[in-house]
Design a protein around this ligand. Sequence first.
Ligand SMILES: [Zn+2]
Length: 253
Amino acid sequence: MMNKEKLMEHAESLEEKELEWERQGQLLARFYEAGQDVTPPTNFADAFRPTDRILRCIDERTKGGLPLAGSGILLGRKEAFRIAREMQVGAVTSHEGCGAAKMAVERFNGVTPDSVVERHAKEWSIMLAKELGVHYAGHLDVAPHFHNARVAYYDASGSFDWSRVKDLPAGFRISRKYLPPDYAKTEIGLAVSIARGIHGYGSIIPLRDERNSKFILAAIGGKEELPRMVEELKSVAAKYYGSVIIKTLQIPH
Ligand SMILES: [Zn+2]
């Protein structure tokens, strides 16, 4: 009985992933056009007007506020505290099904049950909030239950939020403004591996048109800083054997 239920759930989720892939495809069309520069959607400037200073994950399902993978769980206490202070974080969250928390726990423990990862994610954020002297804003629910992002935004502004512009696809957000470059690469790599793995679209990707199925790393920066950001992204993209492409979006004046 258990097995049958599990199998059915799996089939349902594949169908859900296929539908979401198609829906995202429309939003991603501008990113798959020829050339590296993406034509920004209307009201692109609205993406740079943050609504709050609550620390969230880089996960595309924890939109808004300020992003750090697992609210900084991969950084260690001292560095997370330093960066969160610089970001002027006003509160800290954790969330269910956090890939960064899983990575942080499993690099010490090996394969670990989800319930243990959830507890670590919460404990980390509660501890960081306490050290910062701000409040813990709760363990967020996420939807859908899988990662639907096909893009990771690498943001030099420190304020980018795709969810404020309706024509931008959901994506991971990696803050180049606040992160040491080497560590930013860890977050970008995490985003790519989550998105292309079992918790993302996984097995359906190779069945899709190759040109329009590559994962997108989108650098968001000023005209002068974009070439350097592209170079930084290239070093991460190289690890994924041509399944990742790099695009740029210029911050509006
Ligand atoms: Zn997370």
